[in-house]
Design a protein. Sequence first.
Length: 565
Amino acid sequence: MIKNICLILLAADSSIFGRMGIKLPPLSIGIISSYLRQHGFTVDPFDLNKRMSECYSDKDIDGLEQLFEKDKIFDYVNGNNGNFFDTYAEAMFRDVDIDKYDLIAYSIGPNLSWLQTHSALILGQFVKKRYRKIQVFGGMNIGNIVSFSPVYDELLELYLKNFPYVINGPGEGVLVKLIDALNRGKDLNHIKKINGVVFITGDGKICSNPEEKKRIVCPDFDGLELDYYYNYLNKDNLDETINALYCQPFLFTPKLQFPPRKNIGRYEQRLVLPYVFNFGCPYHCAFCAESAASSSTPVIGKVDEVIDHLQTLTEKYNTPYFIFINNAVNYSKKYIIDLCDGILARKLNIYWSDCARFNNIDADILKKMKLAGCKKLVFGLEIASPGMIDRINKQIDLDFTRQVLRWCSEIGIWAELEIIVGIPTETEEDFEYSVDYLEKNMKYIDYLTINKYRPMPGSLMFQYSGRYGIELVQGHTYEENLQKDREILKKKQNTGTYAHLIKAFQFRETNGRSLQQVQDDTEKRYSHMMKFNNNLLLQKVKYYMRKGYLSMKDISFLSREGMVP
C-alpha cells in the first residue's frame, strides 16, 4: 500500500546564481502536500533548490553543463553509465531516506529551466536503478513540453518510456486518484483513463488526457526547511518593509537577503506567503494561453473559505505578508467587495498584492482594497492602440484605464503595468499609441513589465493563426534551445531568465512582415520600451537612497547583476 510519499521540487538555475527579489516558499509543494495530507497520506516535502545552493556554485558550471547535453542525458536515462549524474543525484538526495517512501513525486517547475526538466530525469533514473520505487512526474514544465508538441516530443517520449506515470496540469487530484488506483491493484490501462495522465498509446502516439480541474487549497508548508525562505525585514520601519516587498522587490534584493551588519538588530526574519484562490479567466484575450473556448471554466474560491485560509496561514506561520497569485483579484465587483469586507471583519491586518483587471473596479472599491491591505495591483494593458485592443479582444476602455491609474496613485496603491511588444500585425502607428500612453501616464505607474509576444499553444492566436493574419513557424528545435541556454550558463547567468523552453514558435504575417522583419521590429520596440523602465528604476533608486532605504553597496550589487542601468 502506498502511504508514505516523498514530494520533491526540482532545483532551478536561480539556486546557483542567487534569487532576485522576495523569497517565497513553493506554492505547488504547499498545495500538493496539503491535499495529500487531507486524504490521509504522510508527506515529506523537499525543495532541492536548497540542496543545490549548498552543493553547487557558479564555480561548478563545467560539470553542470552536462545537464544541458542531450545525448549524455538520453544515454544515462536509457541505462548507460554516467558518473557525474550519479554524483549529482547523490548530492540532491542528501539526507533523503528514499527507502522509507512508497512513492516519489517530482514537481518540475515553476521556473522555465532545462536544469529542472533534465534533473528530474536524472534523479528518476538514479532511483529506478538503486531503489525501484514508484515515481510520478508533473509540474509546469511537463505542461510546456506537452503543449509545444511536436518540438519536445522526443523528450516526452523519454519520460514516458522510462517512467509510466506522468501528469499534465494540476497534480494534486490526479495524484490521489493515481495512488488509489495503484492501491486497488489497477493496471496501467485503467490509469490511462484518469484525467491529467500522459501516456503512449499502443501504436506509439503520445496522448495527454484532459487536465484535472483546479482546486482552491490552503497550502501547507510544514516539513519544508522554512528558514531557507526567510526575508530580512526592517522591524522598525514598516514603510521600508512595504516598499521592499511590494513596490520594487528586485531593487531590495540585497537587503532582503543580506541586511547591513551594522544595523542587523533592526531586521527580523519573516516569511512572505504565496496564495492563490482563483484560476482561469472569462475574457479570452486572443494572445493568452487561456483564451481558447476549450479552456477550463474559471474556478473561484468561496469568500468565506478564502478568509479562513488567510487566517490559518497568517496565524500558523506568524506573518501578515502575502503575494496573491490570481488571474484577477477583482473577478467581479461583488467578489472583491465581499473579500475585502471579510478581511476587515476578521481584523486580519494583512498586506498583499495581486493581478487585477481594469474592469470591475472603481474608486470606492480601490479605497476598500487599500483598507483591506492591498499594496500593489498588476494590470495587463498590453497595448494602447484602440484598433489592436479590439483585435486581441482585450475588452478595456483606454480612458478608463487612465482613470484607474490615477485613482491608484491618489489612494496609495502601487500600480504595475504589463506591456507586450510585437503582437501580430502591430504597426509602427500602433506602437506609438503605447509610447504616447506611457509618456502621459508614467507618473501614475510604479513598475513596468515589458514582454515580447510569443505564440502560445492554447491561445486563439495559436489555434486560429490565419484569422489573425499570421503563419506560425517553428522557431528553434529542442537541441537549439538547449544550446542557447548552455551558452548562457557558461557565462554564469540564470538560463531561466531567458525562457528559451517556451520560445518554440515564431510567426510571419500572411500579408505583411516577414519573420525577420517581425523579429527586427520587436527588438527595436522592446529596446524603446525598456527606456521607460530604466528611467523609472533610476527614479526609484534615487528616491530610496534619499530615504535611506538603499545604500551605495546595494546599488553596486544591483549594477553587477544588471538590474539597474
